[in-house]
Design a protein around this ligand. Sequence first.
Ligand code: 3PG
Ligand code: MG
Length: 400
Amino acid sequence: MPKKNIGQVDVSGKRVLMRVDFNVPLKNGEVTDDLRIRMAVPSIKSVLDRGGRLVLMSHLGRPSGAGFESEFSLEPCAKRLSELLGKPVKFPSHDCIDGSSAAAANMLQNGEVLLLENLRCHKAEQKGDAGFAAKVSAMGDIYCNDAFGTCHRADASMVAVPKAMGGKPRLCGFLVEKEIKYLSDALANPKRPFVVVLGGAKVSDKLPAIEFLLPKADAIIIGGAMAYTFLKAQGKGVGSSRVEEDKLGDAKRILDLAASLKKTLHLPSDHVCAEKFEEGSAPKNATGDIPAGLMGLDIGPATRAAFGAVLRSAKTVVWNGPMGVFEWANFSEGTKSVANALVDATKAGAITIVGGGDSAAAAEEFGIADKLSHVSTGGGASLEMLSGHAFESVALLDEA
Ligand code: 3PG
Ligand code: MG
């Protein structure tokens, strides 16, 4: 069911309580990657330009929940947002539900915006506590969810707060709308061939997605450390590569499922290895079995070419997870080659979607993010969608 968006209601003179995901990386009190803040700006501007009074709320990181901790303060995000908007962003208090926060929300004028302190400084946020939600919800006349990266969480601000605001408008923001549309269209009605690329460290994180996607996709490409669990399950030598021994049975089951569905599951045929898990380790290529004493840290040249050919002929691609340790130059070529193949596929008319997290960071680092159809701001949230799970935080919003 499509949801009503923030642009479809009159916000003039109203306090709009908007949940955003400003869980961004910080260094020395500065935001080092503002993608999530920039992506929330269209919803924010839409409210302010139409005379709304905007109360923004977010979490940042995983504080203990026992009160204010300066390293988890959202204050640097208020500063960055203020630069992006070219207007002040009030930051009334280091406690999101104290008297100063509530008073500031009530004193906002039309076109003004404030940001509350990190919701997770209260344990009640992640517990979904109703008393906490009542205090937060009292700060808004309209609720808006534009926190795509947090949509898979049942935190108070995502579920209990909008529940407490039943009867008032509860809307999705433009970012949530766009992210969900890209991923659900790709899953419901993909232009074919539809190819899914999965990577990253752990098979266990990606198992539900592989099982959900195998029947839908024309092919699944698996790289990254998770590939070694599959290779070992096939009886291949993986040396000292990272393997999840307790997932070998699941890997076998998936290999059998792919065979019974007649779907191709592409695994690496060669590898860039090292003796130690260290940035400066000398890279050594291995084809087929990885010898004892070596661990695979990236896909090898033949695999890059094979994966690249599959991706370049695809019409829809969803990518979640790097092919190797892309942060280290010696082991970054595999991830770079997938990124470049996606750029070529996009140029040739394919829809290409990067599912947030490390692969989005890689796309940014390689400078190709704007050459793809869509780069998600939510790694965990997009993986949930790729596993076929619906979001309670979105289901409860008003229908269009
Ligand atoms: C994220 O970056 O994964 C989201 O902001 C959600 O944060 P969480 O994983 O700590 O719940
Ligand atoms: Mg997360």
